[in-house]
Design a protein around this ligand. Structure first.
Ligand code: GLU
Length: 314
């Protein structure tokens, strides 16, 4: 099987310099390998979806010079390419996990979980779940609130060898606990959808922002439990403002849409992103994304977790 890469934004806001950098690197990586490139719409968390955002993202990506072989606008062998339309596949994956006795229903509230948690920390994803409901399995009971579906995480270490960030070892059971695959409100979790889709779409390598690095062990585990092989991972640096601040998809000075509205050209944007990432910028006035293919080597970003937005000297 040849290289198959993807860019999978959530249509929850405008693409900014950071998402553009990730998209550009994912595209360059796929095209430099003569591989296929997919655009997938991660619109699973319906309450957070912004109307018109998918179309805006598509236009912005085209404007930057990206093209794709499969996606919601052109279809392909693995359609549909919108997660909101892939529910039956997520349900089928859940059934396979349930058949292995790996799922259980849980009606614990956030507050209860925080109260039981052994450690107050556990980072941005909230406290580790102690597995309170695990003993009940999938049995129906009297629910205090609509139950979520959790994975009974096997107690073993998962090793991810990230192309850029090196080796990551994590015992998911000890560090994250039994995570949610389907929420009480019926929405499938990102951790389920992304794994089912990357497997079904035969993605060979995931290029995405380093903010998702800590999800990789969970996703590798899930792929294995579903009888597949996880893709390789290359987590690329996060772009922050020139002053180190976090980029905002609401700040029009930092979004592709805003930049376009202010009259920036794609060539200017490409130059800014390339300088930000430290890529060699071809010396030509008609600069296009293809021009970066020559000599492109993603490993120059090895060990790099954060880059500051380049500002052109006046
Ligand atoms: N949909 C996710 C996001 O927009 C990306 C998921 C992934 O690349 O695995 O942050």
């Amino acid at each position: 099987m040849g290289y198959r890469g993807r860019f999978a934004p959530s249509p929850t806001g405008d693409l900014h310099f950071g998402s553009a950098a990730t998209a550009l690197l994912a595209w360059l990586r796929a095209r430099a390998a003569n591989g296929a490139f997919l655009w997938r719409v991660e619109d699973i968390d319906t309450p957070r979806i912004v109307a018109g955002c998918e179309q805006q993202q598509r236009d912005d990506l085209h404007w930057l010079g990206l093209d794709w072989d499969e996606g919601p606008d052109i279809d392909g062998a693995h359609a549909p390419y919108r997660q909101s339309q892939r529910g039956p596949m997520y349900e089928e994956a859940l059934a396979r996990l349930a058949a292995q006795g790996l799922l259980y229903l849980c009606d614990c509230s956030r507050k209860e979980i925080a109260g039981v948690a052994s450690a107050p920390h556990a980072g941005e994803e909230g406290p580790r779940y102690a597995g309170t409901c695990r003993r009940h399995g999938m049995r129906q009971r009297h629910w205090r609130r609509p139950p979520a579906v959790r994975l009974a995480v096997p107690d073993r270490e998962i090793v991810v060898d990230d192309l850029l960030q090196g080796q990551l070892r994590q015992n998911v059971a000890a560090e994250v606990g039994d995570f949610i695959l389907k929420r009480g409100d019926g929405i499938y979790a990102y951790q389920l959808a992304v794994v089912v889709d990357d497997l079904a779409m035969e993605i060979s390598e995931v290029v995405r922002g380093v903010d998702l690095l800590t999800s990789a062990p969970r996703q590798k585990l899930m792929a294995e439990l579903l009888g597949g092989r996880a893709p390789d991972f290359a987590h690329v640096p996060l772009v922050v403002g020139h002053d180190g601040s976090r980029l905002q998809k609401r700040n029009t000075a930092q979004t592709l849409r805003g930049q376009r509205a202010q009259g920036s050209t794609a060539a200017q944007l490409l130059r800014t992103i390339a300088r930000t990432l430290g890529l060699q910028v071809p010396d030509r006035t008609d600069l296009r994304l293809q021009h970066f293919l020559d000599g492109f080597d993603i490993s120059m970003l090895r060990g790099c977790r954060e880059v500051r937005l380049h500002v052109e000297p006046r």
